[in-house]
Design a binder for this molecule. Sequence first.
Ligand code: HEC
Ligand code: HEC
Ligand code: HEC
Ligand code: HEC
Ligand code: HEC
Ligand code: HEC
Ligand code: HEC
Ligand code: HEC
Ligand code: HEC
Ligand code: HEC
Length: 289
Amino acid sequence: MEFRKAFQRGAASCAVMLLAGWTWALAAEPARNEACLTCHEEQGKSLAATIHGKLAGGAPDCESCHGPGQAHVDAGGGKGTIFNPAKGDAAKVVAHCMSCHDEREGRRFFAASTHAAEGLSCASCHGIHSPKKVKEGFLRDGSTTALCLSCHKNMEKSLFERSRHPLREGKMACVSCHDPHGAPTRHMLKAASANDLCFTCHAEKRGPFLFSHSPVTENCMNCHNPHGSSQEQLLVRRESRLCQSCHLEGKHQTIAGQPNDTWNSYRMCTNCHTNIHGSNHPSGYKFLR
Ligand code: HEC
Ligand code: HEC
Ligand code: HEC
Ligand code: HEC
Ligand code: HEC
Ligand code: HEC
Ligand code: HEC
Ligand code: HEC
Ligand code: HEC
Ligand code: HEC
């Protein structure tokens, strides 16, 4: 009993202290931005609507991202007297954001990414004062795929190809396969290699197989286009032509001008060579079973 009372007293005073700390933090929070808010009420509101504005204690204040503001305040506001991430040097924006979102969070490859090399900064994609979807990390665009397509316009048609990944349905997005913050892999892929990326969802293609087809082991993109294709199954070419782009010599050549050729018509090569990704059958060495 005694112990429980002591415990309850302890817990109660702990709660009081926590509450006090919390209200202090709440009270202290706006004070840091006060000078700015007298003139920039709108930016204060938009910031408050995001996760940045809702954090107590370590939350960023105006100066965390805009740098020292005294000169700007002394000048009574105006352009050119304080850092504006929308116009400023990309590396400087990145430095401001990375002072909190450092490499431990998986953005350690940003500096070496194609996006950084192209002069993009964090503010190119994250609209700090113009959030459309707070939950998704207040990206400039509500949907991450729409954000990517706003610059990668030439990729838009891939969403409407005959065969494609389900991006339009929202079941996947560009970020299912790419990390816009950079990655050690080519094309900023979210895996150690292109094939490892495909295996994360198509695990049955990984093998190991008793008989493996070397172009499959080498790179799925020997035969598939991950973004979309006017052929079935994301294939880069119509099937028999695809196979014959490598298999010029063999037991059964198809001959130009003979569309009814047994090896070609209707059947396609994979009607017989069904296990084209590899076979575990003892006599599957020609991928027939
Ligand atoms: C987390 C970083 C961050 C914080 C914190 C922040 N800003 Fe910004 N601010 C930005 C970025 C990035 C831009 C560039 C425009 C954009 O992406 O929304 C910007 C743009 C602005 C602009 C220029 C708007 C324009 O249309 O060019 C003003 C004014 C501004 N911020 C004021 C403030 C004030 C006032 C605060 C504090 C209440 C604040 N900012 C806090 C990142 C921040
Ligand atoms: C006395 C009013 C006033 C105060 C105080 C003030 N600003 Fe401004 N600020 C302005 C005006 C006016 C502009 C120019 C807006 C325009 O022309 O669109 C401006 C512009 C800016 C810009 C854009 C600069 C550019 O070159 O594009 C940023 C960023 C900014 N303010 C941030 C801040 C921050 C952060 C604080 C607090 C440290 C602050 N302001 C305090 C009035 C003020
Ligand atoms: C003073 C520290 C600080 C600065 C500077 C800062 N942030 Fe943040 N930011 C945080 C904290 C803390 C969180 C909430 C915890 C978390 O999710 O990492 C957060 C959350 C975020 C989120 C949402 C994460 C999620 O999981 O939804 C994004 C996106 C983000 N910040 C981007 C930026 C960008 C872009 C900049 C630079 C313009 C920036 N931040 C500057 C501290 C900061
Ligand atoms: C090319 C666009 C782009 C750029 C540039 C970019 N981001 Fe992001 N960021 C995104 C997208 C898209 C997401 C959502 C990722 C997801 O849903 O998997 C995101 C998510 C985040 C998150 C949430 C946590 C996470 O990792 O998923 C943080 C924090 C963040 N970004 C910070 C930054 C910082 C800091 C920079 C600058 C060094 C930056 N971003 C540059 C597009 C970008
Ligand atoms: C503000 C413009 C912009 C936005 C937004 C943007 N990108 Fe990019 N991205 C570029 C530019 C510029 C390049 C370099 C030229 C190219 O390859 O098209 C690039 C290159 C790439 C590359 C090729 C990298 C390489 O090394 O081959 C990938 C992958 C990529 N972006 C994915 C994304 C994804 C995923 C998103 C959405 C989260 C996105 N990008 C959003 C501008 C943008
Ligand atoms: C199923 C996974 C996957 C999805 C989803 C995906 N990509 Fe890719 N992307 C790849 C792979 C794999 C490569 C490398 C292709 C290669 O090696 O030939 C690549 C390459 C790229 C490249 C550089 C080479 C090129 O073709 O220009 C860009 C840019 C790119 N993707 C952008 C995007 C954008 C934008 C989206 C969303 C509309 C997207 N990707 C969706 C897997 C994907
Ligand atoms: C994030 C999960 C994911 C990743 C990563 C992924 N896929 Fe897919 N893939 C899917 C889904 C989901 C479908 C659609 C399945 C369905 O509609 O039944 C699909 C379908 C396919 C199809 C059949 C398309 C059709 O028209 O029927 C092929 C081929 C394919 N993926 C190849 C690849 C290749 C190659 C890679 C690696 C570059 C890859 N996938 C990476 C999830 C993924
Ligand atoms: C030598 C060409 C070739 C290579 C390389 C290749 N594929 Fe395929 N893939 C095909 C053909 C042909 C089809 C359609 C015929 C069929 O149904 O098997 C197909 C169909 C698929 C399908 C949809 C039907 C199914 O079997 O689920 C997926 C998913 C797929 N491939 C994933 C992959 C992955 C992952 C890789 C890399 C590990 C890869 N492919 C490498 C030729 C190839
Ligand atoms: C990118 C080139 C490439 C493509 C495309 C390709 N293959 Fe292959 N294929 C190879 C290589 C390399 C081997 C291994 C040859 C060896 O071991 O002598 C092989 C082996 C084979 C074998 C076993 C041959 C043997 O002698 O044991 C068959 C059967 C086969 N492929 C059928 C196909 C079919 C059917 C397609 C189309 C769906 C196809 N291949 C597409 C490169 C390719
Ligand atoms: C009617 C079924 C059938 C069709 C259709 C077919 N194949 Fe075959 N293929 C076979 C059989 C059976 C063998 C095995 C012969 C053996 O074991 O000696 C074989 C063997 C092969 C070999 C091994 C090479 C060799 O000389 O042994 C290759 C490569 C090959 N086929 C490629 C193709 C390509 C490319 C196509 C499409 C243009 C295709 N096949 C269509 C039944 C077929």
